[in-house]
Ligand binder design. Sequence first.
Ligand SMILES: Nc1nc2c(ncn2[C@@H]2O[C@H](COP(=O)(O)OP(=O)(O)OP(=O)(O)O)[C@@H](O)[C@H]2O)c(=O)[nH]1
Ligand SMILES: [Mg+2]
Length: 305
Amino acid sequence: MGEESQKKSGFVVLAGKPNVGKSTLMNRLIGEKIAITSPRPQTTRNRIRTVLTEERGQIVFVDTPGLHKAKNKLGDYMMAAADRSIKEADLVLWLVEPKAEIPEAELRIAEQLREIKLPIILVINKIDTVKKPEILKVIDAYQKLCEFAEIIPVSAIKAQGIDDLLGSIFEHLKPGPFFFDEDELTDQPIRQLAAELIREKALRLLDKEIPHGIAVLIDRMEKRDGKDIYDVDATIVCERESHKGIIIGKKGAMLREIGSQARPGIERLLETQVNLKLWVKVRENWRESDLLVANFGYSKDDLKK
Ligand SMILES: Nc1nc2c(ncn2[C@@H]2O[C@H](COP(=O)(O)OP(=O)(O)OP(=O)(O)O)[C@@H](O)[C@H]2O)c(=O)[nH]1
Ligand SMILES: [Mg+2]
C-alpha cells in the first residue's frame, strides 16, 4: 500500500439518472469491464468500487444505481446505496444525456446535489448521438442549474473526452494516501462479478417486464479435482411462474443462450474453463422483502456503519 504524499487520491462517485451511461463510463475510465451495463434502466443495483492507479495518483471510482423514485424494498436499498456513496465521495461526476431541454428528473437531482457541498464535474455523456452545436446548448442549460467545478462532454462508448475527464478529476483531487493496493481493480468478490455477468446477459436477452424482477445467486463455484476447470452452478430468481417459463424458453433454449453468453466472461474472470449450470426459481415479490433482498446479495451491511 504505497503512500506517496505528493500523489493525489480520492473517491469519485458516478451519479445520475438510470441509463445515462455511468457503468459504461466507469469501465472506460479504468479500461476494464467490471460493472455490467445494459440498455435497461436500473441495471446497477449496488455500489461498485473500482480503482485506477497511475503516475498522478489513485482514483477510487464508485459506480451507483441510477437515481430514481424507489418503488419497492430493492429500490429503497438501491437509493440508500447511491445516497451514501455520494455523501462519502470527494468529488462527484454527475452524468447527464445531451439534452438541452433538461428533463424533470434531472432538476430533482440538481437539487439533491446542490445540498452536498462537494465539487461536481458535469459529464455530458453520449455526445456521439448529437451534433456539436447541440452540446453547446446543453452546457448552457446546465450551467444555470448548479455551480460546476468543470463541464466535460464525453462519449463513453466511443472513448471521446476520456483523457480530458481524467485530467480534470486529478486536478480536483487533493494529495493523499492510496486506499487500495496498486494492482487492485475492484472491491467486488468474484462470485458477485460472476452473478452479475449472468444477470447482464439475462437483462439483455429477456422481455422488458422480466429483467427488473430477477436476481442471480451463485450456488457453487468449485475447481474440479486435478483439472483446470471450474464447476459453476447459479440460480436465476424471478417473481412469477410465467416468468420462469420465459426465462427457460422453448425446450430450455433461452436459459442455454443466457448461459452460453455469460460463460466466456466468467472464464475470463476465473482464468480457466468453466462448466456453467443455470437453474430458475420463483420467489414471489422478492423485491418487497427485506429478507430476500438481503439474501440475494443486496446486503445492507455497508449502509449501516
Ligand atoms: N450512444 C451511446 N450510448 C452509450 C454511451 N454510454 C453508454 N451508452 C449506452 O447507454 C445504455 C446504458 O448504459 P449503462 O452504463 O448501463 O448506464 P447506467 O447509467 O450505468 O445505468 P443504471 O445502472 O441503470 O443506472 C447502454 O445501452 C450503453 O451502451 C455513449 O457514450 N454513447
Ligand atoms: Mg449502471
